[in-house]
Structures are given as structure tokens and as C-alpha cells.
Design a protein around this ligand. Structure first.
Ligand SMILES: [Zn+2]
Length: 401
């Protein structure tokens, strides 16, 4: 009887959980759903890799209550291709950074290998199309920070051989050869070796990613590259003045370059009100407590910080950022750079998501909102994935391997 009761309670909890997931405000039109299902939806930046490293019990095959990404929710959200980020803080350098990068590459490849019915390792646009045709999720890798090559083009070639398909030139700290947007510059952009890195990326058919870099590094990379570049997870500075968002001048330069700007959903990059709002001493103390409790465990830090920020948005301590801001940024980039130069780079599992985009299952709302704004189905398909597939094909064609 006791068992039966607990089964009934568990069943009721499942019903309740479903009711919570399927909120009326998450409903999308049948036309949006059909379009979203038909499109190849590509996301160029997800930090779920940190969970593979730090959470021994994390199971990507089940519906998790925390985090933004797992297979069931990717299926719900119609995400067809995901770039798992290879990342560690820029103050990890030298052989330690190389070892940690290799560990993360191995972790992604192991997740793919052990979930063959859902994932397919992809290293090209053609692979992504092949995976979509087989109803599998294409798993790709992007490396977030030039510090991981340890000032060695040979390491870059090794990463390329292991399947990494873009290099973000810096994370939030300067490397020995490129300035970041996260601190005061020391190189006036890219050094001569930094320009060699860009040329080697071109030769290898890897995408040059300019998210996180300083404005001068951006323009140096633009002048050096022979192939279109990407911003794997950046938004528009005209809307939120974060230094690692892109100015309108940079957006126009991306049009000329043929590249694509993948919009980041991080609340602070979407909303100036949220970014600039003063944080109370109590809030700062909570942030410090998280940093202390989590230590080096990045997955712990990212998740706890997101929970703290979302709670602060919900209780009025911080301005609320709605998921609709994502669409505002897409629309801005379309107006300045054109509809061929924008896509999706969520930063899921690496940032504070806005209210209404708590996880990947909510993605079809973006398609629905773009239809309501009057975007054509063909243009929406480009934004969801067509643009980045085109850039990947151009980068691959420009390579000389
Ligand atoms: Zn980032």
C-alpha cells in the first residue's frame, strides 16, 4: 500500500511537472512548429561540457531538473546541431590548459560514442546535414580561448584533427598574442603570431571566432582572415553595452566579411537594464558564497549563479529580462548586417538565461516570434541554421589541407 501510494504520488508529480513544462505562454503556432521541425537548428555555443567534467552523475540522456541542456529537452526544442564548448578560464595556461582541453574533447567524444542513437560526431556542414537526415543530433566542438593552444600552431593542428571546428581567439583575459574585451589591451589587437593563428585557422578549415575579443583584435582578425568569421555567442552593443557585444560598425564589417553573428541569450548581454542595475551588498555576498562553495567546479558555479540571478529577477531584486529580448537582438542584427548574417549561439549551461528561455526546449518560441514579426519562412530557416551552415561550407572550401 505504501508502495502504491508512492507510485501514485510519483505519477501525480510527473503530471504536475508536465503541466509546469507546458505553460500556455510557451505555446507556439502549428505553422511555427512545422517550420521549426523542418529547419536545421544549429546552436554554436553550449557549456554543457563543464557538466561532463564536474558532475560524475550527470546523465544527458534523461530529462534533468537543472541545467539547460539534455537529449529529451533538445528533442523537444528541435535542436539539430550543438557546438559543445571546450573551455576553461584564461588564467589556466601552458601544459595544464592543454591537458584540460584534451580531457574535455575526450569527454565530448565519449558522450557521443555512448549515445549513438541520439548523437553523431560532426566536423563539417555536410555532417550536420547527414545527422539531421538520420534524425540524430550533430555534436560539434568549439574551443573558447586561444590560451589552450599554448602559443603553438602544432597544438592547433592537433585540436583540428580531433574535431574542433572553431577557435575563439580569446576568452576574458588577453592571451600572449591577442587582446580580450575582458581587460585592458596589451598588444594593440593581434600580434604577428596572432595573425599566423588566424591564417592557420583558415588553412585548416576551422572558423575564426571573435566573441570575447577586443574591438581592435576584431578588426585585426577581419583584415587577416581569408574566410568568413563567426561570433559564436555575442549580441548587439546598441541594445546592451557589454564590451563583448558587437557594435553596429562591427556588424556592418561582418556583412562585408560574409560572416555570421550568433546571438547570445545571457541576460546581461541582452538587457542594459539588467547589466547596469546595481547589485545589493546582500546579492554580492551571495555571489561570493557561491564562488567559495563551488571552488574550481565550474558547473556548480554557473548553475548556482544562474539560479541566484533568476531568483533575483523573479523577486524584483534585479530587472526582469524576457526571452523576447533575444528576438530584439536578432532583429537589430538583421537591420544592420542583413538576414544572412545572424544565428543562434545561446550560451546554454554557461550563463543566466532570460525568463521564458530557461532551457533548450523553449527554442520554438523564437521561430514563432519571428513569424509573428513578419519574417519569411526562408529567412527564419537561415537564422535558425542556414547561415552558419553556409559559413561552414565557405570556410571548408577556403581550406587547404
Ligand atoms: Zn563565452
Amino acid at each position: 500500500m505504501r508502495l502504491l501510494t508512492s507510485v501514485v504520488v510519483a505519477a501525480a508529480a510527473v503530471v504536475l511537472a508536465d503541466a509546469v513544462v507546458a505553460q500556455p505562454q510557451d505555446a507556439v503556432s502549428a505553422r511555427a512548429k512545422a517550420l521549426h521541425d523542418r529547419a536545421i537548428v544549429v546552436d554554436t555555443h553550449d557549456d554543457t561540457t563543464q557538466r561532463f567534467i564536474w558532475e560524475k552523475n550527470f546523465n544527458i540522456a534523461v530529462r534533468n531538473k537543472d541545467g539547460n541542456i539534455d537529449i529529451p529537452r533538445m528533442r523537444d526544442g528541435g535542436m539539430d546541431a550543438i557546438f559543445f564548448s571546450i573551455w576553461m578560464s584564461g588564467d589556466v595556461t601552458g601544459p595544464t590548459a592543454v591537458k584540460q582541453a584534451l580531457d574535455q574533447i575526450d569527454a565530448v567524444r565519449e558522450v557521443v560514442r555512448t549515445h549513438p542513437n541520439d548523437f553523431m560526431l560532426a566536423t563539417s556542414a555536410a555532417d550536420i546535414r547527414k545527422a539531421a537526415a538520420a534524425h540524430k543530433i550533430a555534436a560539434l566542438m568549439g574551443m573558447e580561448g586561444g590560451h589552450m593552444i599554448d602559443d603553438d600552431l602544432g597544438m592547433l593542428r592537433v585540436y583540428a584533427a580531433l574535431g574542433v571546428r572553431y577557435l575563439t581567439l580569446t576568452h576574458s583575459l588577453n592571451t600572449h598574442w591577442a587582446d580580450s574585451s575582458g581587460e585592458k589591451g596589451v598588444h594593440d589587437g593581434l600580434t604577428p603570431f596572432g595573425k599566423d593563428v588566424v591564417r592557420e585557422l583558415n588553412r585548416l578549415g576551422m572558423m575564426v571566432d571573435i566573441s570575447h575579443v577586443s574591438d581592435k583584435t576584431f578588426f585585426d582578425a577581419l583584415e587577416t582572415t581569408k574566410a568568413p568569421m563567426i561570433a559564436s555567442h555575442s549580441s548587439a552593443r546598441a541594445i546592451s553595452n557589454a564590451p563583448r557585444n558587437m557594435t553596429d560598425d562591427m556588424l556592418r564589417a561582418m556583412t562585408k566579411n560574409g560572416g555570421v553573428v550568433m546571438i547570445n541569450y545571457n541576460a546581461g548581454f541582452l538587457s542594459e537594464e539588467f547589466r547596469a542595475a546595481p547589485r545589493s551588498a546582500e546579492f554580492r555576498a551571495q555571489e561570493d558564497a557561491i564562488a567559495k562553495r563551488c571552488g574550481k567546479d565550474e558547473a556548480c558555479d554557473i548553475k548556482a549563479t544562474e539560479q541566484l540571478n533568476q531568483a533575483a529577477m523573479r523577486n524584483g531584486q534585479l530587472p526582469t529580462v524576457s526571452w523576447e529580448k533575444i528576438v530584439e537582438h536578432i532583429d537589430h542584427v538583421v537591420k544592420i548586417a542583413g538576414v544572412d548574417h545572424v544565428g543562434l549561439g545561446s550560451d546554454f549551461d554557461g550563463a543566466t538565461m532570460p525568463i521564458g528561455m530557461e532551457d533548450v526546449s523553449k527554442l520554438p518560441k523564437i521561430t514563432d516570434a519571428l513569424l509573428k514579426k513578419g519574417y519569411s519562412e526562408a529567412d527564419i530557416e537561415k537564422i535558425l541554421g542556414g547561415n552558419i551552415l553556409r559559413v561552414m561550407e565557405q570556410v571548408e572550401r577556403a581550406a587547404s589541407r
